[in-house]
Design a protein around this ligand. Structure first.
Ligand SMILES: *[C@@H]1O[C@H](CO)[C@@H](O)[C@H](O)[C@H]1NC(C)=O
Ligand SMILES: *[C@@H]1O[C@H](CO)[C@@H](O)[C@H](O)[C@H]1NC(C)=O
Ligand SMILES: *[C@@H]1O[C@H](CO)[C@@H](O)[C@H](O)[C@H]1NC(C)=O
Ligand SMILES: *[C@@H]1O[C@H](CO)[C@@H](O)[C@H](O)[C@H]1NC(C)=O
Length: 338
């Protein structure tokens, strides 16, 4: 009881202990999951590689700042019980697990070549992949999205559904993830579930200037395994801001300010495994920033040939583990090999 009262008044040391405990607890869980998976794989070695990797990856904060500790504490306040359970265990193989996770989610993945899927009429438009489904828009502003089931139907333009959005979208760098569209509308980021038609939003005071060269987008929404990432410039600012947003609550979890990344000379960008990749106008793709270790990186570059201007969107889809690209009316899919 005493502890609960202390926590209520926010004693920072309790928060610190608690968040360390929470991180250890998660690591142990990860470890167990990995051991189980390893066993499963041994039992059936014909099993293809599953998506388990993405679900058991947890953000490991290389440098845990005071602010982060408070945040972790607030996010996981409910699991003090877990912390007590953990006290009894020995977190023995933690560092090995961390190393393994870092390897699995590193900048050194190989990005494939863009595979041409289909063509639309307008040079400006968008195409988002959500598992086996494509969602396509015709312009950089509008109320409707066309949905296609699979590459072949997109190629032959057999529309599965026309989705009407409750608010118009702005720009082409929006996103559909697990049937929810996350998009820019004036000063807001909207989430709209295409199935249940429920919507939510958060206000974001974004600069009116487009984020990228040859683009109309004021912001770029990216979805990946750990949440939604919004790339934008704040009103009256010229530096890049990135906010990570919780899928379910639509609350900002973290903010980053990245003055060394000049988006005005890039044609697009995307986020995968908490790593920001820049896409230059000549099709050069480079990992440039690691959000979890808070460091600028200079990773291996990949050249995507044949993309023509304007490059309207480049979005990573964690469900199909591939990247959707809309460039000058052409739609491409890029496989990501882990
Ligand atoms: C469908 O894809 C093929 C190549 O895979 C391409 O030659 C053809 O132009 C595409 N059709 C449309 C309508 O985009
Ligand atoms: C999205 O769907 C995938 C596959 O069904 C699931 O593994 C993942 O947890 C979902 N993500 C969210 C945020 O609900
Ligand atoms: C923008 O697109 C035009 C062609 O549409 C191209 O000539 C120009 O180089 C592009 N700008 C940048 C910065 O790549
Ligand atoms: C992130 O930035 C926004 C806008 O400035 C601010 O309202 C919010 O409190 C910040 N959130 C965190 C977690 O730092």
């Amino acid at each position: 009881m005493k502890l609960a009262e202390t926590l209520k008044f926010g004693a920072p040391w309790v928060c610190l202990l608690f968040s360390i405990g929470w991180i250890f607890y998660q690591n142990i869980q990860i470890n167990e999951l990995q051991i189980n998976r390893h066993k499963r794989e041994l039992n059936s070695n014909r099993l293809p590689k599953t998506d388990d990797d993405s679900t058991i990856f947890m953000p490991i904060y290389a440098q845990v700042s005071k602010k982060h500790i408070r945040k972790v504490c607030m996010e996981h306040f409910h699991s003090l019980k877990h912390y007590r359970e953990l006290e009894k265990k020995e977190p023995s193989r933690v560092s090995a697990v961390v190393k393994e996770l870092k390897r699995k989610c590193s900048a050194e993945v190989s990005l494939g070549k863009p595979v041409f899927i289909g063509e639309r009429k307008n040079s400006e438009g968008c195409a988002y992949l959500d598992g086996g489904h494509w969602h396509v828009c015709e312009m950089s502003h509008g109320y409707t999205m066309l949905s296609f089931k699979g590459n072949r139907r997109l190629n032959s333009s057999e529309t599965r559904a026309v989705q009407f959005l409750p608010y118009p979208f702005d720009g082409t760098d929006n996103m559909v993830y697990n049937n929810t569209m996350y998009y820019s509308e004036n000063d807001r980021l909207i989430s709209y579930n295409l199935k249940t038609e429920k919507s939510n939003y958060i206000p974001l005071r974004t600069s009116l200037k487009p984020l990228y060269a040859n683009s109309t987008s004021r912001l770029d929404v990216q979805a990946e395994e750990h949440g939604i990432w919004v790339l934008y410039r704040r009103q009256d600012e010229t530096v890049l801001t990135v906010s990570r947003i919780n899928f379910h609550t639509m609350q900002i979890v973290s903010n980053w300010t990245l003055p060394s990344i000049d988006t005005s000379t890039m044609c697009n960008a995307f986020v995968r495994c908490a790593i920001l990749y820049s896409v230059e106008c000549d099709g050069t793709v480079t990992p440039v920033y690691d959000f979890y270790s808070h460091t600028y990186i200079q990773g291996r570059t990949t050249e995507w040939e044949g993309l023509s201007q304007p490059i309207c969107n480049v979005q990573y889809d964690p469900n199909s583990k591939s990247i959707a690209v809309y460039a000058n009316a052409k739609i491409y899919k890029v496989p990501v090999q882990q």
